[in-house]
Write a protein that binds this ligand. Structure first.
Ligand code: GLN
Length: 275
């Protein structure tokens, strides 16, 4: 009898996974073949794309909620123009494809404005300014002070990020291991799988502050005026771009930006974009 139940359980599990596999498959096929029906202006809803491990901008907190400065900001921005927000998480390197195929209306994800990306998407006015740092084990802190010092070492970064691109530009022959998310690269550093992690300063700083580790320290690579985060919309989508720029301006003027910024960073980061 027990055997029978076991077999039954196995069968229903197998059947369930089969049917859900079919369901996922046909949903994907449908999505691929059906035209995009979402009209943000008609629906008054913005489909917002972000990655989910870029704290404190967009990440999953201890309660399993997708939160962050960027998400509070875009919600406040949208509200000033009477829009709601629906957030959809993607791997970082899947964000531009998701935007291009219409799964989302915009990207807000600590996304740096760059000339290369500007060939594929249009960027809003900047809303945050930062630079790159590298994290290194405290025991190695005296040995490596600049990125050039690391040219013969194994380094880690997040796939497709400006940190990864900058490192390969400055050190073309370096061994750079690229991970899907910053937390994976931090783990690799902690396990001595690489000598340093290259990433945006606020994200590295947030990791140091929240992990409270004394074993890792941070060193600057580029200055804090090197990168500006912007919100990306589809190339040529001027109506959306104008809405986003207007909404950003609204939050800078009505105090929402300052309030959200102080909540996440302890000070008003808009000083950086006003300079
Ligand atoms: N600012 C970096 C970039 O745009 C990293 C962004 C991210 O990983 N979310 O490439």
């Amino acid at each position: 009898m027990r055997k029978f139940f076991k077999a039954l359980t196995f069968m229903s599990v197998a059947l369930f996974s089969l049917s859900s596999a079919f369901a996922a498959d046909s949903a994907a096929q449908e999505a691929a073949s059906s035209p995009i029906v979402h009209d943000a202006f008609k629906d008054k809803v913005l489909y917002v794309g972000c990655e989910s491990a870029f704290a404190p901008f967009t990440y999953i907190n201890d309660k399993g909620e997708l939160v962050g400065f960027d998400l509070d900001l875009i919600r406040a921005m949208a509200a000033t123009e009477g829009f709601k927000v629906e957030v959809r998480a993607f791997p970082f390197d899947g964000l531009i494809p998701a935007l291009m195929t219409g799964s989302i209306d915009l990207i807000i994800s600590g996304f740096t404005i760059s000339p290369e990306r500007a060939k594929r998407v249009d960027f809003s006015d900047p809303y945050y300014r930062c630079g790159l740092t590298f994290l290194i084990k405290t025991v190695n802190a005296d040995k490596f002070n600049t990125l050039e010092d690391l040219k013969n070492e194994v380094l880690c970064s997040q796939i497709g990020t400006t940190g990864a691109l900058y490192t390969t530009k400055v050190l073309p022959n370096v061994k750079l291991r690229q991970f899907n998310s910053p937390p994976e690269s931090y783990l690799e550093l902690q396990n001595d799988g690489c000598v340093a992690v290259i990433n945006d300063r606020p994200v590295n700083d947030f990791f140091l502050a929240t992990s409270k580790t004394k074993e890792i320290v941070s060193k600057p690579i580029t200055t804090d005026t090197s990168e500006y985060y912007g919100i990306a919309v589809r190339k040529g989508d001027t109506r959306m771009l104008n809405l986003i720029n207007k909404a950003l301006k609204n939050t800078l003027e009505n105090g929402d930006f300052k309030r959200i910024s102080e909540q996440w960073f302890g000070y008003d980061v808009s000083a950086g974009i006003r300079q």
